[in-house]
Ligand binder design. Sequence first.
Ligand code: PEP
Length: 254
Amino acid sequence: MATPFIAGNWKMNTTVDEAVALVRDMRGPLEALNGITCVVCPPFVSLAAVAGELSRSAIGVAAQNMHPEAKGAFTGEVSPAMLEGLCHYVILGHSERRQLFGEDDAFINRKVQAALGNGLVPILCVGETLEEREAGKAQNVVTRQVREGLAGVDATLGGLVLAYEPVWAIGTGKAADGATAQEIMGLMRSLLRDIAGDATGEATPLLYGGSVTPDNVAEFAGQLDIDGALVGGASLRADLFVEIARAIRDARPG
Ligand code: PEP
């Protein structure tokens, strides 16, 4: 089974000073939890400061995005090599990138390949919109996003995290229910076994994301194929993030 896992996506929140204060608040309590991998995902401009705070910590750091090219005329973008030494993980294919910035599966696939090629662990996000769910297309959409996102990728090599984030549940306060999430995430586990083999399929953390709180997280972490959570809003409060991490750790068999 995959190790329980939590990642906090701070999105476009926190100044550098606020990011440092937030990580200082959560560092001690997170480190006191055994048996769960904890990752924080600050904005680019705070990566160095947060990585510095966590230099002797087991808490991981992730970038929220990355461009696939090594360098060049891509104003405002950040390359994989620029992230070296700052973080070990990178969120790719978040629905806000797909919806607000027009990223498609082929582009996200290039990012996944570039991340793995540069020693970064992708946290690849997939998930259907409300319209797609209501049209009965959720399974097809997630299957396409997983298969195309991982096309040509040797997922057995560098490590991978997959997150199921139904778009209708992100930032809305309307989380999926455990059974709905498990249905899709069981499918994701079998896709991953098919793509990368049984061992990688089993060892890859699968995260649920979308309005996770301390009150609802056990419903997700109690499901067979949900190893943890990708948390947005609640990750901006150290006490809530720690509470969610503890609840995941306690709910996972092991
Ligand atoms: C996210 O942005 O990845 C997310 C899950 O946000 P929230 O927890 O706020 O719904």
